[in-house]
Design a protein around this ligand. Structure first.
Ligand SMILES: Nc1ncnc2c1ncn2[C@@H]1O[C@H](COP(=O)(O)OP(=O)(O)OP(=O)(O)O)[C@@H](O)[C@H]1O
Ligand SMILES: [Mg+2]
Length: 261
C-alpha cells in the first residue's frame, strides 16, 4: 500500500451563497498528524464537510487531491471508498440501522464488490475493536447513535474509523464531551492506528488532546484561512496565551468568517 498523499490548494467554499472558506492550503502525507485549532466560527467544520462532499458546501475555487486523484469530482460514496473518513462534530442518530450493520455496509463499500469481508471475520474484528475502545458489546446491535451519550457517540466514531482503516481521517472535535478516561481511550485508538498508511487531520479546541495525540503540525484557522502553522509547541502557546496575541501579530480584529452583506 502506498503512503497517502492529500493536498488541498486554495480552497474556497460557499454555504448558501456566503463564502466561508477563503483559500485553504494543506498537505498531509501518510504518517503525519495535523491539528487544526482556532476560535469558534472560523471555518474548521466547514473544511471537514467540504472535503467529504457535503452537498450544502459548494467549492467555488481550488482543488482537493487524494493520491493525485481529483476528490472534487468524486461523489460522497466515492470519497469514502477512496479512503476519506470524517468523525463528525455532531454525529447523527440513525434509528432503524444497527451500529454493526452500518459499519459492515460502510466497510464493504470501501472494500468493493466481490471483496466483502466474511461475516464471521467482521464480527470478530468488531468485537476486538469494541473491546479496545471499552465499548459495551450491546452497542453493536443498538441503532446507530440513537440514545448514545455524547461521549459514547465520540467513541463510536473512533470505532468506525478503526474498522474502516481510512487513508485520511478527519476528526472534528473528537474530544468534546469526553471524560478523562474516555479521552485516553480515544487517543489510544488513534495512536494504535497511526502508521504510514494513514494521515490525520484533527480539529480541536484543546491542547489537552494533543498531549495524548502528539501532532506533527499545528495550524490555526481564522477568517476561513489557515493563518499560522507550527509544531506541537504552537498548541501549547495558544493554551497558555489564548488567541489575542496571534490576532495582534497578524492584524486581525475579528477572527470569525466575514461575510459581506
Ligand atoms: N450549513 C450552514 N449554513 C449556514 N451557515 C453555515 C453553515 N455551515 C457553516 N456556516 C457558517 O460558517 C461559519 C463557520 O462555521 P464552522 O462550523 O465551519 O465553524 P467552526 O470553525 O467549526 O466553529 P466551532 O469551533 O464553533 O465548531 C459560521 O459562521 C457558520 O455559521
Ligand atoms: Mg466546528
Amino acid at each position: 500500500m502506498s503512503k497517502p498523499d492529500f493536498v488541498i490548494r486554495n480552497l474556497h467554499v460557499q454555504v448558501e451563497g456566503k463564502e466561508i472558506l477563503k483559500g485553504v492550503d494543506l498537505h498531509i502525507r501518510g504518517g503525519e498528524i495535523h491539528a487544526i485549532m482556532g476560535p469558534n466560527g472560523t471555518g474548521k467544520s466547514t473544511l471537514a464537510s467540504a472535503i467529504m462532499g457535503h452537498p450544502h458546501y459548494e467549492v467555488t475555487e481550488g482543488e482537493i487531491l487524494l493520491d493525485g486523484q481529483n476528490v472534487l469530482e468524486m461523489s460522497v460514496d466515492e470519497r469514502a471508498r477512496a479512503g476519506l473518513f470524517l468523525a463528525m462534530q455532531y454525529p447523527a442518530e440513525v434509528p432503524g440501522v444497527s451500529n454493526a450493520n452500518f459499519i459492515r455496509t460502510a466497510l464493504n463499500a470501501r472494500r468493493g464488490e466481490g471483496n466483502e469481508i466474511p461475516v464471521l471475520q467482521f464480527h470478530r474484528r468488531l468485537v476486538q475493536k469494541m473491546k479496545e475502545l471499552s465499548i459495551d458489546p450491546s452497542f453493536a446491535e443498538r441503532y446507530l447513535n440513537e440514545g448514545f451519550s455524547g461521549g459514547e457517540k465520540k467513541r463510536n466514531e473512533i470505532l468506525q474509523m478503526a474498522m474502516l482503516e481510512p487513508r485520511i481521517a478527519i476528526l472534528d472535535e473528537i474530544d468534546s464531551g469526553l471524560d478523562i478516561d474516555a479521552l485516553k481511550i480515544v487517543a489510544n485508538g488513534v495512536n494504535q492506528l497511526r502508521s504510514d498508511n494513514i494521515g490525520f487531520l484533527i480539529i480541536t479546541h484543546y491542547q489537552r488532546l494533543l498531549n495524548y495525540i502528539v501532532p506533527d503540525v499545528v495550524h490555526v484557522m481564522m477568517q476561513g484561512r489557515i493563518v499560522k502553522s507550527g509544531d506541537a509547541k504552537l498548541a501549547e502557546e495558544l493554551e497558555a496565551k489564548g488567541y489575542d496575541w496571534l490576532k495582534q501579530e497578524l492584524g486581525i480584529e475579528d477572527e470569525t468568517v466575514e461575510v459581506e452583506a
